[in-house]
Design a protein around this ligand. Structure first.
Ligand code: FSO
Ligand code: SF4
Length: 513
């Protein structure tokens, strides 16, 4: 195996014997076979708009399954490979392609550009999956996924691959806008919300991941049962949607970012529903309490299938009744819900604060969190920021600083949390509105980017920002293993990207000091 798709990979070549994430060689092989079959499907069908929806669903969901920390269930991969090969049948054009980093055509730099593209498409698949679940559709997105996947075995020049990566970023912006419309269309526009993190005495169910539809079904089925529902990780922003505020049984958030789940799922005491990444192979202490849905999978955990557009959370509810209540692990109240609609409603106040000098600079610190020790960089960075700066965040990266008491500037909180990682789209809408108000472009604003990356959705968000013309992004806590020095030079020359390294130096570079 060789996998280097996430930030946690082994330096100097990637995970080759076993994944830091827990993925073994057999699972890595199955994932490569699945990606290969989806590439074959994409070559067979091409980027045409006239492709059966089932084929695009196979590509979308299959790719999502291969994202870091999403699915560790070999049986599920066997089924997905079988489905993809069956779909290929009538086309008669299966090449039996098996994806492998080493097998990518081209010298190192071309391989690197293909990897960036593949991981961006995986992120795209994740967001398109969420939009599809809520009834969203945009034929341009799956069409690009097929076009981009078909590039994997092709002989393409560096310029062609760079163009495809930019196209991936454009598809990312479209897809995040689509998902934003689906989320707000069904659940309303988020409003600023303070979310408690304590634990009550009722039995509880913990739901983690990004799937709001699963949360909706779980809340409907637990209403009136005396069982409390808590969010975890990337599900925290759900509290800000008006539709979820109607559920008295959605009582709060429990725990922090995904990498703390082994301790937090243990102390929660009740069943845990993992709807997407990041879910990890469990400790024995809570393995029987772990349930998965959708593309998520863990060997030994009970998977709740979608049958006729509905999931039956009966077994989860039944288990909750026999479990003790969660152990209170504290954490204080967390603010969320600063999506574009809410922030733009106070745009006048924000513009005035900038003009008066009360707010000197905004710093986008969105992205993913991870378990490496060096990630306390982001906590130190947030703590070291001058009092007249405001952090704009989205994604699980926020857990590094959303518990800090950074105060506010004339009523504007110093940490503005737009929501899940896909809600980076909200940050783009906010930045564009500010740019318009100040008669400049995004790069002309007092706005710096210090992004934290971990998995492939973050690659898509990065490509989307580059496609929008954002320059001088600081990226960390270390640069991707799959970016070669040659490709890095292109990114530095064209976009001013650099690795973050030192809180004080970086602040200087970003123009904050
Ligand atoms: Fe985090 Fe995991 Fe949202 Fe990612 S929970 S790391 S970018 O899957 O999806 O921010
Ligand atoms: Fe390694 Fe990340 Fe791949 Fe897991 S997903 S095998 S940690 S690179």
């Amino acid at each position: 195996m060789r996998c280097r798709q996430c930030e946690e990979t082994v330096a100097g070549g990637g995970c080759t014997r076993v994944g830091v994430c827990g993925k073994d060689e057999e699972l890595a092989g199955l994932q490569d076979r699945l990606v290969g079959a989806l590439v074959d499907l994409s070559v067979a069908y091409g980027p045409s708009d006239d492709v059966p929806a089932e084929v695009d669903d196979l590509i979308t969901d299959g790719l999502f399954m291969t994202l870091s920390n999403t699915n560790f269930d070999k049986t599920a991969f066997g089924t997905a490979i079988g489905d993809a090969e069956k779909a290929l049948g009538p086309t008669g054009s299966s090449g039996g392609y098996v994806f492998s980093v080493d097998g990518l055509d081209g010298i190192d730099d071309l391989r690197s550009l293909k990897e960036i593209l593949l991981y961006g498409i995986k992120g795209l698949a994740a967001y398109y999956h969420h939009a599809r679940i809520l009834g969203g559709e945009d034929p341009e997105v799956p069409s690009f996924m097929r076009k981009g996947l078909a590039a994997m075995p092709a002989r393409l020049s560096a310029d062609e691959l760079i163009a495809l990566n930019m196209e991936c970023g454009a598809a990312g912006v479209r897809c995040m806008a689509l998902l934003d419309g689906c989320n707000t269309g069904r659940y309303g526009s988020p409003v600023i919300t303070s979310v408690g993190t304590g634990a009550g005495s009722n039995p509880g169910i913990l739901i983690t991941g990004h799937d709001l539809r699963d949360l909706e079904m779980l809340l409907e089925q637990t209403r009136g049962t005396g069982i409390d529902v808590y969010t975890h990780g990337e599900m925290l922003p759900a509290h800000a949607y008006p539709a979820f505020k109607e559920f008295g049984n959605l009582v709060g958030n429990y725990g922090g970012a995904w990498y703390r789940q082994r301790d937090e799922f243990e102390s929660f005491n009740g069943p845990v529903v993992a709807t997407t990444n990041c879910v990890l192979p469990p400790r024995e202490s809570y393995a029987t309490r772990l349930f998965t849905t959708g593309v998520a999978g863990i060997e030994g955990a009970t998977h709740i299938p979608m049958v006729g557009g509905r999931r039956d959370f009966g077994p989860v509810i039944e288990m909750a009744r026999s479990c003790g209540s969660p152990v209170d692990i504290g954490g204080g109240d967390l603010l969320t819900g600063f999506a574009h609609n809410q922030v733009l409603s106070i745009a006048g106040t924000i513009v005035d604060a900038v003009k008066s000098g009360a707010v000197r600079r905004f710093v986008v610190m969105a992205g993913c969190d991870g378990r490496e020790g060096g990630r306390d960089y982001y906590t130190r960075f947030a703590e070291s920021l001058p009092d007249d700066t405001v952090i704009l965040t989205a994604g699980c990266a926020k857990y590094r600083y959303n518990g800090l008491d950074l105060g506010d500037i004339g009523g504007i909180p110093r940490v503005i949390d737009a929501g899940q990682c896909n809600d980076c789209y909200s940050l783009v809408v906010i930045a564009n509105a500010l740019a318009e108000a100040f008669g400049t472009d995004v790069n002309g604003l007092p706005l710096s980017f210090n992004i934290s990356w971990y998995e492939q959705k973050a690659v898509l968000v990065l490509l989307s920002l580059l496609n929008l013309g954002v320059r001088n992004i600081m990226l960390g806590p270390r640069l991707p293993e799959f970016i070669t020095p040659g490709v890095l030079k292109v990114l530095v020359d064209a976009f001013g990207i650099r690795a973050n390294s030192d809180v004080i130096t970086d602040m200087d570079i970003l123009g904050i000091c």
